[in-house]
Design a protein around this ligand. Structure first.
Ligand code: ADP
Ligand code: SF4
Length: 681
């Protein structure tokens, strides 16, 4: 199909200093948990982005010197010439498709504990580092500043040698020493590098000029700047210092890549911020510079992109997460296949990979991070190896993805679900406060499957062992999901919780099905991801008297990995949810609940007419048990019905099943990059 002419503007070339991007799709820097540690994986992931049509593909943060060592986070490194080949591979890979390659150089200052290098961290002023490590950064003197400039210059030259077209000076996210100098929040100096904005911006200006001097003949010099740190007068804000700074340096870089900081604000989840949430902070940037401007905001709609360009807000549509969820987003727009775009749902599972120091993963795109090690391409898949038929029972994330990917391979697929709609757990979860965008997981797959003549879908089909046998498919896949349990068994209480007769126990499934407490309720969150906090938010919103109890020291602790923890806890506190941290549930009675302090064992009794258990989920296994003895020859469980997990894990499981059907899979089912031994001495 041909491109809709309304989107032509998105495919115009744009000049950035001495280089030209072929279109306006700009994959801004993003972490991926692979970087220097899994370089082939990183390079292949970036190559796929270029293949998918992005005009610019950039690195994640690339460290310039051991004194800014961000270990164990797996960014890039250009400490010395020996680091060049890893990034050269990325450049070669992206250049194959005519994309420009960008390199985000960084010195992390107080954001790095230097756990690997053991150097002393550097900062504008003496200060403990921003991580909880018992490490203090020392104030940089003028010779340190000279050294930092030299390191940056040397790294820029290495980046040029690696083949990069755009070299970044990074002043974003409160993650770089340059941004620490800029912000009054961290800079307490009284010399020429502290005090007024001009002084605080001196290092930034010098490094921009150094970089241009070093590589500006052939490379564009970009700045990544957070124009607002969202701390009011304590930091940079877009209506005062942020704007003054852009005005001051308007024509110095070749490109302005602007956003807000910290990372949790820049990469806000859809639960808290809608697409386009940064526009109000950055809309004025283009009016004060003639240089091209790139901005982000989880843009997935080509109409929104066009209006940003035509409205004079942006020259480039920046994307990290939309490019992760769909590396082929630009090509799909170009080919008139907008409805095929796999839109990001704003869940930040991608961030959790980097935050836990493992390769990136994505809820919507199960191939993300698997491009090299498993050879998974986001758009292509091996043809079926036989004309076998596959019956999938359960149309949640795992069953739907298995049906879609098997259908793409050409298998004859039947997807059956007892429900009246496709979607499984997401039918309920997408209606929880803030999770509407998560419905895209279903919508995308429902649409794809509807286009495949070899995939039949049957709703309101309650499958039994007998009906499965009668169906006589060659392969049966159970994707029957899981249900929240009510006995309290979980992490903290592997043997359950004492529940008196007459006590009312609810689960998230009950709440999503419309049940409500008829008095005060205690929510016990032993799960630590989003569900407990969402139950509290929903019930409190409806006026319930809610007490939230968790053995963790933080509300929804695992949401640190998705950059949401602070927002969730703040929201519950502001809504008036009573919170007990580091407490376990001891006993549930008809009119009260007893909890114990995790440190002192002190007991507290709370009046409650119900307890809501967010403890664990139990796989729906009845069908499996009925089939195991005399079932079909090929019977496989995937997703939550095998072991309950994230939606991302369920989608991955469905995809993996589809990829592996009929293929030989080795015991270690992916390629690895083993360390290359250096000489002993
Ligand atoms: P997952 O996250 O693993 O995809 P879900 O819980 O989202 O799992 O989806 C499971 C789906 O399986 C639900 O839509 C449920 O209605 C369906 N299901 C469970 N048991 C049966 C059955 N015996 N027959 C048909 N559908 C079933
Ligand atoms: Fe978007 Fe979630 Fe994928 Fe990240 S993991 S790119 S937020 S869908």
């Amino acid at each position: 199909m041909a491109r809709d002419p309304r989107y032509d503007v998105l495919f115009e070339p744009v000049q950035i200093g001495p280089v030209t991007a072929k279109n306006r799709f700009y994959q801004v820097p993003h972490c991926n948990g692979m970087g220097r540690s899994y370089p082939s994986s990183m390079a292949e992931m970036r190559r796929i982005k270029a293949e998918g049509g992005w005009g610019v593909v950039t690195t994640e943060e690339v460290e310039i010197h051991p004194s800014g060592d961000h270990s164990p986070w797996m960014g890039g490194r250009l400490w010395e010439d020996r680091d060049i080949p890893v990034l050269a591979r990325m450049c070669d890979a992206t250049h194959q498709y005519g994309a420009l390659a960008g390199c985000e150089l960084n010195h992390a200052g107080v954001m790095a504990a230097n756990r690997y290098s053991r150097d002393i961290p550097l900062a504008p002023s003496h200060t403990p580092i921003a991580l909880p490590d018992p490490v203090q950064a020392r104030a940089m003197d003028l010779s340190d500043i000279r050294l930092l400039r030299q390191w940056h210059r040397a790294a820029a030259l290495r980046a040029k040698q690696a083949g990069f077209d755009i070299i970044y000076v990074y002043a974003g996210h409160q993650l770089s020493t340059i941004s620490h100098f800029l912000s009054p929040y961290r800079n307490r100096r009284s010399d020429a590098y502290g005090g007024c904005l001009e002084n605080r911006a001196r290092l930034l200006r010098e490094i921009l000029e150094d970089t241009r001097d070093a590589v500006g003949d052939t490379c564009a010099v970009a700045i990544r700047l957070s124009v607002d740190e969202l701390m009011g007068q304590d930091g940079i804000s877009s209506d005062s210092d942020g704007r003054a700074l852009v005005e001051m340096l308007a024509e110095v870089p070749d490109l302005w890549d602007v956003n807000i900081s910290g990372w949790e604000n820049d990469s806000a989840t859809s639960r808290f911020k809608a697409s386009g949430y940064q526009e109000s902070y950055i809309h004025w940037v283009k009016s004060v510079t003639t240089k091209p401007v790139v901005g982000v905001g989880r843009y997935t709609s080509p109409d929104a992109m066009v209006s940003l360009v035509k409205g004079g807000v942006l020259d480039f549509i920046g994307a990290a997460r939309p490019s992760i969820a769909d590396p082929f987003l630009p090509n799909k727009i170009n080919e008139g296949r907008v409805e095929d775009i796999r839109e990001c749902i704003g869940c930040n599972i991608c961030v959790s990979g980097d935050n836990t120091y493992v390769p990136i993963r994505c809820t919507q795109n199960p191939t993300m991070g698997e491009e090299w090690r498993k050879g998974w391409h986001p758009e292509q898949i091996a043809k079926a190896t036989s004309d076998a038929s596959v019956l999938i029972i359960g149309a949640g994330p795992s069953g739907l993805e298995a049906a879609r990917a098997l259908g793409q391979r050409g298998y004859a697929v039947t997807l059956a679900d007892r429900a009246t709609q496709l979607g499984g757990r997401l039918l309920g979860e997408r209606r929880l406060p803030g999770l509407a965008e998560w419905g895209r997981v279903i919508e995308h797959r429902t649409w794809q499957v509807s286009q495949m003549s070899n995939v039949d879908v049957f709703l309101e089909s309650d499958m039994t062992a007998q009906s499965v046998r009668e169906f006589d498919a060659d392969h049966v896949v159970l994707a029957t999901g899981a249900k929240w349990t009510r006995d309290g068994i979980g992490r903290e209480n592997p043997r359950g919780i004492s529940i008196e007769d007459g006590a009312r126990i609810l689960t998230p499934n009950d709440i999503m099905a419309g049940q409500r407490p008829n008095g005060p309720i205690v929510i016990f969150d032993d799960d630590h991801f989003y569900m407990g906090g969402l139950m509290a938010e929903l019930l409190r919103q409806e006026g319930c008297d809610v007490t939230f109890v968790t053995p963790s020291a933080h509300v929804s602790e695992w949401t640190y990995q998705t950059l949401e923890q602070h927002r969730i806890q703040a929201r519950l506190m502001k809504m008036g949810v009573k919170i007990f941290l580091s407490h376990n549930l001891a006993q549930v009675g008809a009119q009260s609940v007893t909890i114990t302090c995790g440190y002192t064992d002190a007991k507290t009794t709370i009046t409650a007419h119900a307890a809501l258990m967010v403890t664990m989920r139990s796989p729906r296994e009845t069908l499996y048990q009925g089939l195991t003895k005399t079932g079909p020859p090929s019977l496989t469980r995937i997703g939550d019905c095998l072991a309950p997990g994230t939606i991302a894990a369920a989608v991955y499981a469905g995809h993996r099943y589809a990829r592996e059907l009929g293929e030989d899979v080795p015991d270690v089912p992916f390629r690895r990059e083993l360390p290359k031994l250096a000489p002993v001495n």
